[in-house]
Write a protein that binds this ligand. Sequence first.
Ligand code: FPP
Length: 232
Amino acid sequence: MSFEYPKHIAIIMDGNGRWAKAQNKPRTAGHLAGSENVRRIALHANRNHVKSLTLYAFSTENWARPEEEKNYLFKLPAIFFKKYIAELKRENIRVTYIGEIERFPQNTARIIKDAVAQTAENTGLNLCLAVNYGGRREIVTAAQKAAEKLQKKEIEEITEEEFASCLMSETSDVDLLIRTSGEIRVSNFLLWQIAYAEMIFVSCAWPDFDENQFDECICEFHHRNRRFGGLK
Ligand code: FPP
């Protein structure tokens, strides 16, 4: 494609469960297929010089899921990185994360942190996994940090820039937010960073969302008239 890709794309990877159900498979099979799609879309985004791809892998609300499903989700990073860490390194993809990973089982947290360390020198796509992440939680912890800085007189006032620097992520504003599988809501994802994001909701389930569908979203993004509150 001849168009430029947005710098920061965020995806709510929804529909793994429905995808599995449609094929008479357990929900875990849907999550496994979903993780394979993380590789496909990350490689495609990287090839097209997207700077950051932030993926909602586990939300603060996902703790309400059955133990069996959560345990499988906690196992997925091990399966994924065992298979693909060499390729990610080779392809110059940098893995990062946002979210309170400390609450995850130790082994899961260790595996994700290890992938971060192994790819820290890479300069291509920033593949950021949102794990135990919630937008409200991020804003509350940022408010606490900013208030502390103010109290210690490290800053004179809480500006937007100062507040943003206290967020969990080093990532910039989101340009494009995509949600798969037909639901039209943002589900507590990157609430601060999506202030001016274009949002695209597609009906296909995450495991079926391929490079062509991704490119169609980019095409639609370019047809939107982004005014950032001004007149253009
Ligand atoms: C939402 O679909 C999906 C999730 C809660 C999990 C997303 C996780 C992955 C795609 C795997 C991530 C992989 C790595 C390596 C980090 P759902 O289960 O809510 O689907 P449903 O709405 O159809 O039930």
